[in-house]
Design a protein around this ligand. Structure first.
Ligand SMILES: [Fe+2]
Length: 320
């Protein structure tokens, strides 16, 4: 990979952001506050001009991965990496400004949203290793997290994912596979553009819906795939073979991306799959700690499943 698009913050920009966050934090104590979320995009226009221009350019050009670097994260002020998301949400004061910045930047790409079933319906999710849950996908550590599109096959899957890295002492990378880097012959591409690849549906896991894994422009396709849960249509040999070929192509295309504390980074969920190698957490309060937000470019389709126009939580119990 030629490397992600990157903007490195200048001292004066860090000061400008700090002043904006002080203003916002004085008015809003919780990042889930509906008032804050209704206002977030307007507030985000107070971010430095160069940062706004960078995000606008990356969004318009559909950059698969882009990074805003050098936001200061004071490791001592963070306190301990929480043992799970509940602890992270309960004790959020030390990370409040980082959460606000993540949501403000995300608001220039679309609307941050979440599912009621994900970490209590909180908008900003804690990605931390959880003792005893090493083999569960969401909190895994000692198991590899296989490459996937976030919520592949879900009708409201995010258009972008946004992260801020608070801590990454072992320099555990995210593995990124870009749709642009897949080498596939036209016959395989054609099969992958057919609705032959099934995913269990969120809210109705017993129901599998079949969809293409490649879609959009023929020469520069979008990608929706999941190495763990996706299955080719039963009995369709061509689909099974194309799925194998795609898997090998993505494995070849995967590149590590190491995030440093203070990196805000954004993935286009239609243009790249992501995963993570296994690592051994220490559970000593200093483990890897990321904050994540999901971003939709247009939330109207999910409006029947959200409590109001300004509500960013999709009610999981109403899906199905
Ligand atoms: Fe993911």
């Amino acid at each position: 990979m030629a490397g992600p698009c990157r903007l490195t913050l200048l001292d004066c920009e860090i000061d400008e952001i700090g002043a904006l966050l002080s203003e916002v934090a004085a008015r809003y104590s919780f990042v889930d506050d509906t008032g804050f979320l209704m206002e977030a995009e307007r507030l985000a226009h107070g971010l430095p001009r160069r940062l706004r221009a960078f995000l606008a350019e990356c969004r318009a050009a559909e950059r698969p991965l882009f990074v805003i670097a050098r936001w200061p994260v004071d490791d001592a002020a963070l306190g301990l990496t929480p043992p799970d998301w509940r602890a992270g949400c309960a004790d959020h004061e030390s990370i409040h400004r980082h959460q606000l910045l993540l949501v403000l930047a995300a608001s220039l790409l679309g609307d941050p949203f979440t599912l009621s079933s994900a970490q209590g319906g909180h908008l900003v999710n804690h990605i931390v290793p959880v003792a005893g849950a090493e083999r569960q996908i969401s909190a895994a550590s000692s198991e590899e997290l296989g490459w996937h599109t976030e919520e592949a096959g879900f009708r409201f899957r995010p258009d972008h994912l946004g992260f801020i890295c608070l801590r990454n002492p072992q320099r555990v990378p995210m593995m990124i596979g870009l749709a642009d880097h897949l080498v596939l012959d036209p016959a395989v591409r054609e099969i992958l553009r057919s609705p032959l690849f099934g995913m269990p549906q969120l809210g109705a896991a017993e129901r599998i819906e079949y969809a293409p894994v490649l879609y959009g422009d023929v020469d520069r396709p979008y990608l929706s795939a999941d190495s763990v849960y996706m299955v080719p249509a039963p009995g369709d040999r061509a689909a099974a073979e194309a799925w194998e070929v795609l898997g090998a192509a993505i494995d070849t295309a995967l590149r590590p991306f190491v995030m440093e504390p203070g990196d805000l980074y954004f993935l286009d969920n239609h243009r790249a799959v992501h995963g993570r190698p296994a690592f051994l957490p220490r559970y000593d309060g200093a483990d890897r700690w990321l904050l994540r937000v999901k971003i939709g470019r247009d939330l109207r389709a999910s409006r029947p499943y959200r409590g109001g126009a300004g509500t960013r939580v999709i009610d999981f119990d109403r899906l199905g």
